[in-house]
Design a protein around this ligand. Structure first.
Ligand code: NAG
Ligand code: NAG
Length: 312
């Protein structure tokens, strides 16, 4: 070995040492607050950044894991990528020169909610494990209302039950009447976690038979109080009251009786008026006969004549 080759070897050594100790040369930076929608794609957005001195970096390994699990979701090594179903690089034609190592989750479910770790090694050095998280939300479905009893007659008290499924995190149900006035639920709203990790909300509203409005709306709000959906139940006219507490039965009777009374008294009144008029005109005939004669018509004149004959 001559001096020159020793020199070259030494130089190699220095370069390699610089590379292996060059942790600060390479860094994985992830977007904070990655969010995912249930049933849709979501991404853990991360890039590898290198110091300016590093020219043309090449990625040797990428390891994506869910915290709490030993299984790799994605593992790139020696030019080969192994993934679990439903996971892949976000960059569609990713290669080891591409510093965007974002992980794409093709169909997000509640299982994907949580923390992830990412480990990257490059030919210019490695970074420590980086942690990033995904917050999964799910939109509540349109609520449904059922009533107990099923048929609302207005003759008995009713309980309305509203429910909405498929949401995350826990939301709220609220009741409104036709005037948009809020009604307090008659018991605490129930939030139940279903097998798919989503919430089922249900809320009860009790109605008294004499104060049932014509419409009830149940609105579902998400965890940040945003309105998500609603459903309206229309109460049949025959069952809805005016909110006065009036009794339907006697109402019905007075509806029939009232016109009878009015028409009856009208007839009686008319008959009376006719009778009085007749009496009056008869008296008038007697008192001012000449006047009446000029003004009145044949029939009356005749009456007058009869009477006139008798009295005069
Ligand atoms: C990484 O790639 C994905 C998919 O192309 C893109 O949506 C994302 O914005 C990229 N991230 C960065 C930090 O460039
Ligand atoms: C709640 O709903 C609002 C309005 O629809 C929406 O902007 C917001 O992102 C939702 N929040 C969650 C946690 O779903």
């Amino acid at each position: 070995m001559n001096m020159a080759s020793v020199g070259i070897l030494l130089l190699f050594f220095i370069v390699i040492r610089a590379q292996t100790e060059g942790k600060s040369f390479v860094k994985v930076e992830c977007k904070t607050g990655n969010v995912g929608q249930y049933g849709q794609q979501s991404m853990l957005d991360c890039v590898v950044t290198t110091a300016e001195e590093v020219k043309d970096p090449k990625i040797l390994t990428v390891t994506w894991k869910k915290k709490g699990s030993e299984d790799n979701l994605l593992f790139f090594h020696r030019g080969e990528t192994k993934v679990q179903p439903g996971y892949r690089f976000a960059e569609s034609s990713w290669n080891d020169k591409n510093m965007n190592i974002s992980l794409l989750i093709t169909n997000t479910t509640m299982v994907n909610n949580g923390d992830y770790t990412c480990l990257v090694m490059t030919d210019s050095g490695d970074d420590e494990e980086t942690v990033t998280s995904l917050g999964v939300t799910a939109k509540y479905n349109k609520p449904t209302i059922r009533s107990i009893p099923v048929n609302i007659t207005g003759r008995e008290d009713v309980t309305l039950i509203c429910s909405s499924v498929g949401g995350y995190p826990e939301g709220k149900l609220r009741w409104f009447d036709e005037h948009n006035t809020e009604w307090p639920a008659s018991s605490k709203m129930e939030a139940e976690l279903t097998n798919d990790g989503l919430f089922k909300l249900s809320s009860k509203l009790s109605l008294l038979k004499n104060s049932i409005f014509s419409k009830y709306t149940c609105v579902v709000f998400n965890s940040s109080r945003g309105k998500e959906d609603e459903v309206t139940l229309e109460i049949p006219d025959t069952a809805a009251s005016e909110g006065q507490g009036g009794e339907k039965g006697s109402d019905q009777i007075s509806k029939i009786v009232a016109p009878v009374v009015v028409i009856g008294s009208l007839i009686v009144g008319l008959l009376l008026a006719l009778l009085i008029h007749r009496r009056r005109s008869q008296r008038h005939h007697r008192e001012v006969p000449t006047c009446e004669l000029d003004a009145e018509q044949g029939g009356h004149v005749e009456t007058y004549k009869e009477r006139g004959d008798g009295t005069v």
